[in-house]
Design a protein around this ligand. Structure first.
Ligand SMILES: *[C@@H]1O[C@H](CO)[C@@H](O)[C@H](O)[C@H]1NC(C)=O
Ligand SMILES: *[C@@H]1O[C@H](CO)[C@@H](O)[C@H](O)[C@H]1NC(C)=O
Ligand SMILES: *[C@@H]1O[C@H](CO)[C@@H](O)[C@H](O)[C@H]1NC(C)=O
Ligand SMILES: *[C@@H]1O[C@H](CO)[C@@H](O)[C@H](O)[C@H]1NC(C)=O
Ligand SMILES: *[C@@H]1O[C@H](CO)[C@@H](O)[C@H](O)[C@H]1NC(C)=O
Ligand SMILES: *[C@@H]1O[C@H](CO)[C@@H](O)[C@H](O)[C@H]1NC(C)=O
Ligand SMILES: *[C@@H]1O[C@H](CO)[C@@H](O)[C@H](O)[C@H]1NC(C)=O
Ligand SMILES: *[C@@H]1O[C@H](CO)[C@@H](O)[C@H](O)[C@H]1NC(C)=O
Length: 663
């Protein structure tokens, strides 16, 4: 009965809620996650038209794609039709760089997958091309990495030069309601920096702004992003009037604005960026139960440095299940791991986690379990996790989460880790909007300690184990805090060893994954993996600790908009850029005081904060050769930590207050 009700509601919702198309909302950056809106524009139900004439826009890109013929070849269109629609003189006319070209797509059709698309194919030409770079840079956002991944059989590693990749170009046909309103065409327009709803409306000859908003399920306050597509509904074939867009300033002056907790209009979707998704309820669930436990435990182990609770009393070698096929860890990995780790029986995990009941869930697929009175985290994983097991089993560092054992059951691997009572640094710095606000705030010394601990862990990974490892996915949600607020780096699923044969330095990947905001430019552009990639992420984490800002925030214009529509600004700001602006130029003190987390209430030593900001800005240098090695960062942070230990908040309070006053 319930099932029936839910599926009925779901279907109604597809009809009602999905009447028009939803905006991609920068989810195209997150290649690893299957966001439905990133996969394509969904077919209308009931279908007003399964196939239609449609249009897309493309900005001419010399030297490869700047004539009607070359653009037509890239987009599977007819060069004569491009020439005619844009009033160009011939199919070989050289279109000035960055000119918006309207490209007619004669058949935009609904595919079996449930998306409107126009299929073209693209042959990968050089090893630096990734699904993301092809979607974002070559096709300028007319497709997404997620759509390409789901429609091509090659995974990232099989993506060889010369493979013929199928490209689903985004297009859409009007819904029944739009048709009834006289709309005949939908243009897939690529948003550029500086575009506003008003400028887009004028460029297409005065399209009703509300109809643009409706077509994309947007509200006027919703922030839109450059390099993403938006649908423009038209009653007549499109003509693009460039002077309407060039009339607006190309890039409005922007100042960084911290994400306000005040829940302004539309903020539920704004500022939602890749992967910053540690469970909402983590602190809520965890903190209560643990306060009690934490105090009890503190008494017991006052003296020791926090030792992870290894479940000591289980037999060190349990029986290995016989159904080999269902294992998701390679046999090699198992053999290796079994020597140093506890192998749990599934029943033991069931007992420890109350049969994986909801109350034991910490977040996502991580559960809290009790083994002989000690807490441990149990993470459920699919696929081959032998690399994570193999790295963690040989690591013994107090700032890296300890793996104590694992279990294989019905194709899943269950990893059992030491438990970090205080959740992730993300939870403390950027509590989710709908979570209960975390009463306590990280103090200055705690923040310095966390930065120091993370650098310590990285220094160990890069310099003290053989082979050295690159974490590759360092971010504040992967830094957990134990009961003493000491940091523990976790999530080694993407970590890579530095292979000695390859100069120990250069590695390339075609598999660019990670979290936007923490990934250095050479990795995004070329898939280059070096230890400096972790240094970059460390710089971003230090910047977060200083400012309390998220690694990627949205920005807004300095001047108050005259019309509401013009308030829309389309530039996401990277914290790694902001920190460089804070440290460089004039009035450094004023800028720094303004940058610092307001939750610190001025209670920090400005000189030391400056040193931290300076080291962070070096870590995020665009050129990886300008970034320090983590060993150097660690030394600097150790000095800052010991100076912070001598610092007394009451001395400095007045001082830094007066400094931050004049902003
Ligand atoms: C179509 O438009 C009508 C009136 O504007 C509205 O009530 C209805 O919900 C719309 N239908 C869909 C499927 O969006
Ligand atoms: C097309 O361009 C020619 C000159 O190249 C111009 O005379 C004509 O008015 C243009 N037509 C339109 C519809 O803009
Ligand atoms: C070009 O335009 C003509 C008429 O406008 C249309 O019949 C034809 O299908 C178009 N061809 C392509 C490939 O878009
Ligand atoms: C486009 O490709 C998709 C999947 O790759 C396929 O399902 C669909 O039929 C194709 N459409 C056309 C018109 O060829
Ligand atoms: C996407 O492409 C544009 C140029 O078309 C580029 O400026 C931008 O940096 C790219 N985005 C990313 C995340 O690489
Ligand atoms: C994403 O979804 C598509 C279709 O819904 C599916 O084919 C594909 O395997 C999914 N990809 C991942 C990584 O889950
Ligand atoms: C790529 O594949 C498509 C269809 O799958 C085909 O039409 C096209 O000719 C191929 N291109 C090359 C260069 O092989
Ligand atoms: C193009 O836009 C400009 C500025 O908005 C306007 O003055 C001009 O009349 C428009 N031209 C056409 C052909 O609509």
């Amino acid at each position: 009965m319930w099932l029936w009700w839910w599926s009925t509601m779901f279907l109604l919702c597809i009809h009602g809620c999905r009447a028009q198309q939803s905006y991609v909302d920068n989810k195209q950056l997150d290649c690893e996650t299957n966001h439905t809106t990133a996969l394509g524009y969904t077919c209308n139900t009931p279908a007003a038209s399964p196939t239609c004439q449609s249009y897309v826009t493309f900005r001419s890109e010399p030297p490869l794609y700047n004539t009607p013929s070359s653009i037509a070849a890239l987009l599977g269109a007819n060069p004569n039709n491009i020439t005619a629609v844009n009033n160009f003189s011939s199919t070989s006319y050289t279109i000035p760089a960055n000119t918006v070209v309207v490209v007619p797509i004669s058949s935009c059709s609904c595919t079996d997958g449930g998306f409107y698309q126009h299929n073209v194919s693209y042959v990968r030409r050089n090893p630096s091309e990734t699904y993301f770079s092809i979607a974002n840079n070559t096709y300028e956002g007319l497709t997404t990495c997620q759509a390409m991944i789901s429609q091509n059989s090659y995974n990232y590693r099989q993506l060889q030069v010369g493979v013929n990749i199928s490209i689903p170009l985004r297009c859409a046909c009007p819904s029944a309601n739009q048709t009834a309103a006289g709309i005949r065409y939908l243009v897939t327009y690529l948003i550029a920096i500086g575009d506003t709803y008003t400028s887009m409306s004028e460029a297409f000859g005065g399209v009703d702004i509300q109809s643009i908003l409706d077509a994309n399920e947007l509200a006027v306050t919703h922030i839109i992003f450059p390099f993403t597509p938006i649908l423009i509904p038209l009653t007549t074939p499109p003509r693009f009037n460039a002077s309407a867009t060039t009339a607006t300033p190309p890039a409005p002056p922007v100042i960084p604005v911290a994400p306000s907790g005040g829940g302004g209009g539309g903020s539920s979707n704004t500022g939602v960026f890749v992967g910053v998704g540690i469970g909402v309820g983590l602190l809520l669930i965890v903190s209560l139960g643990f306060l009690i436990w934490f105090f009890r435990r503190r008494k017991i182990q006052n003296q020791h440095k926090i030792t992870p609770p290894p479940p000591k009393h289980f037999p060190p070698k349990a029986m290995i299940p016989s159904d080999n096929q269902s294992w998701s860890v390679s046999a090699e990995g198992i053999k290796f791991a079994i020597e140093s780790l506890t192998v749990y029986k599934y029943e033991e995990l069931q007992k420890a986690t109350g049969d994986f009941r909801e109350e034991s869930r910490v977040n996502g697929s991580v559960y809290r379990g009790i083994f002989n009175g000690d807490f441990a985290a149990v993470k459920i994983m699919k696929g081959d996790v032998s690399s994570e097991i193999n790295i963690l089993k040989q690591i013994n560092h107090s700032n890296i989460i300890r793996l104590s054992g694992f279990c294989l059951h019905q194709g899943n691997t269950y990893l059992v880790y030491e438990f970090a009572e205080n959740g992730s640094v993300t939870d403390w710095l950027h509590p989710m909007k709908n979570a209960k606000k975390n009463e306590s705030v990280l103090g200055w010394k705690q923040r310095v300690q966390i930065a120091h601990d993370v650098a310590d862990a990285l220094n160990y990974l890069h310099n003290f184990i053989t082979p050295p490892y690159i974490h590759k996915n360092l971010k504040s949600s992967n830094v957990l805090l134990d009961s003493n607020m000491r940091a523990k780096v976790t999530n080694f699923g993407l970590a890579r060893s530095v292979d000695d044969n390859e100069d120990g330095e250069l590695q390339l990947t075609r598999h660019v994954v990670g979290t936007f905001g923490y990934m250095p430019p050479e990795y995004i552009a070329n898939g280059l993996i070096t230890p400096k990639m972790d240094v970059f992420a460390l710089g971003v984490i230090i910047s977060e600790l200083l400012s309390g800002k998220e690694p990627t925030t949205t920005t807004t214009t300095t001047r108050p908009p005259e019309k509401e529509e013009e308030a829309v600004v389309v530039q996401p700001a990277q914290l790694s850029e902001m920190i460089k602006q804070v440290v460089g130029g004039e009035n450094v003190r004023g800028k720094l005081a303004a940058f610092m987390d307001a939750n610190l209430k001025g209670e920090y030593p400005l000189e030391l904060a400056y040193s931290m900001a300076e080291v962070a800005s070096k870590c995020v240098a665009a050129d990886l050769n300008d970034r320090p090695f983590v060993a150097e960062v660690f030394v600097i942070l150790s000095k800052i930590l010991s100076s912070s230990e001598d610092w007394d908040p009451s001395d400095e309070f007045e001082h830094s207050r007066s400094l931050s006053h004049g902003r």
